[in-house]
Design a protein around this ligand. Structure first.
Ligand code: FES
Length: 491
């Protein structure tokens, strides 16, 4: 019997195709349910492991629709092109034809290799045996595809809609959906590329195209030198990927000191009370002046003298949102903030003296409470009351990076039900196989942590009021968490 070769996919492309995390895929491989070779998996094995995959429910068609909304001008859509649904269906049918062609070619290739081996063998094969091998091989090459075997076709379709980018020298990967910019896609995937204006002016987001092709999708005033042009430099904030596989050389921030200090004037976009004691403030930066920061960092917020009551007020707060959305900055402000330096700003928020559309200056970022880049250890996050703000940013970032084996969140509160975003935490736990959420009272926390035998093998991130986190950090060290794996943010 001839072994038939299948189409091979990288783990990130396979995870993308299935709409699951790479960690979930790696778990199946570790448990022996999914064979892999040299970091690749076969399309046929994916289909066998996920036989229930329903293309209509996989979200791909939904994604197709959304991407096409962005990708085509309205006039073209209405007058020249078929409807988006028709295009998506045609693309899928073509993907099926292409996949079938690839399968058949692969089978012929396998057949010829087998015949070559047999012909070179001693003793030389009899004519009857050769005929039998040929018949058997041709029957397999021309066999109808297995019903429902659409994995390769779906992959072909996704290759058109989302390009795969590999970043050098870090080896990180991300996908560019539709015609979004390389910068936007890289930030969404949790990368920290060098950039400034986000608008095609400063040139800080320069990257070198090592292989593949990029195309300009947004105007830019930046002028490349002749040498840069010859070396295939592009602006990540103005270009998208044209080829389905692109390799870029990118300058990435490796540590907080790689991020420059910035001063930005943002506008209050929304203010909403999460509980009687916590207010969420949403600031939006100008389009051409966004805040570059690492998940988990803090900034200083300030209101200039003359705004509302004439006094100048500052406060330092952790950014609760993810750097992947660098224009929209979220802060969780507590009543009677325990940080002396933040009390006045917090009081203004609670006294309703900061309004939507007010200017707020943002200065920073500060702090080293950031994810350990090179680690794939399980992540344990411990938030005490509003220490959840930087933890929220770290978790969103960790989910985007998709490198940790598992994520556990302990959120302890002084007050019953003080976990002010419970639905969001439950949604993470429901959506991600390897995410567990444990809301607790503060006095239950020490016992829960003592019972967690995985802590010494994990990267532990602890945030909350300084006077509470300090003894807890000492207890974690005493319980065997290596100092290099314990990250503490006393607010
Ligand atoms: S970030 Fe300034 S040109 Fe791209």
């Amino acid at each position: 019997m001839l072994a038939i070769m299948s189409q091979w996919l990288t783990l990130s492309r396979a995870a993308h195709l299935l709409g699951i995390s790479r960690v979930a895929l790696q778990k199946r491989i570790r448990e022996g349910e999914l064979p892999s070779f040299d970091g690749m998996v076969a399309a046929d094995d994916l289909q066998r492991t996920w036989p229930e995959l329903d293309l209509n429910e996989s979200g791909s068609f939904e994604k197709t629709r959304a991407i096409r909304e962005d990708a085509f001008a309205k006039r073209l859509r209405e007058r020249v092109l078929p409807t988006q649904e028709t295009l998506a269906q045609r693309l899928f049918v073509q993907g099926q034809e292409l996949a079938e062609l690839q399968r058949t070619l692969t089978r012929y290739h396998t057949l010829f290799e087998a015949l070559e081996v047999r012909l070179a063998a001693e003793p030389a094969p009899a004519g009857g045996e050769l005929l039998r091998l040929l018949d058997e091989g041709l029957a397999q090459a021309l066999a109808a595809p297995a019903p429902g075997n659409d994995m390769a076709a779906l992959d072909a379709m996704l290759r058109v809609m989302s390009a795969h980018v590999t970043v050098k020298p870090s080896g990180r990967e991300f996908f560019v959906e539709g015609s979004e910019t390389l910068l936007k896609a890289a930030l969404r995937a949790g990368l920290a590329p060098n950039y400034g204006c986000g608008n095609g002016n400063c040139g800080l987001c320069k990257a070198r195209v090592v292989s593949g092709e990029a195309r300009t999708v947004a105007p830019s005033d930046y002028r490349f030198s002749e040498a840069e042009k010859a070396q295939n430099h592009v602006l990540m904030c103005s270009c998208t990927a044209l080829s389905s596989d692109l390799v870029l050389e990118v300058l990435e921030a490796g540590a907080p000191e790689d991020i420059p200090e910035q001063r930005i004037v943002a506008k209050v976009r929304r203010i909403d009370a999460l509980t009687a004691d916590v207010i969420r403030v949403h600031l939006q930066t100008p389009r051409s002046n966004r805040l570059r920061f690492l998940a988990g960092q803090r900034v200083t917020l300030g209101i200039r003298a003359g705004v509302r009551d004439g006094s100048d007020v500052h406060g330092e707060f952790p950014v609760a949102s993810c750097p992947c959305d660098d224009r929209n900055l979220i802060f969780h402000i507590s009543r009677g903030d325990h940080r002396a330096a933040s009390t006045d700003f917090s009081r203004r928020v609670f006294e309703d003296r900061i309004k939507v559309a007010d200017d707020v200056s943002v200065w920073g970022p500060w702090g080293r409470f950031v994810l350990e880049k090179a680690s794939a250890r399980p992540l344990v996050f411990i938030a005490l009351d509003d220490g959840f703000a930087p933890i929220n940013s770290l978790i969103e970032h960790a989910i985007a990076v998709d490198a940790a084996e598992s994520i556990t969140l302990y959120w302890a509160s002084e007050q019953a039900g003080g976990q002010y975003l419970p639905n969001q935490c439950r949604a993470w736990a429901a959506a991600l196989d390897e995410f567990s959420y444990r809301p607790l009272a503060v006095d239950e926390l020490a016992a829960a942590l003592a019972a967690d035998s995985a802590l010494p093998l994990s990267d532990v991130y602890l945030a909350g009021a300084a006077e509470v986190v300090e003894p807890l950090a000492a207890a974690l060290l005493a319980a065997g968490v290596p100092p290099a794996q314990l990250h503490v943010e006393g607010l």
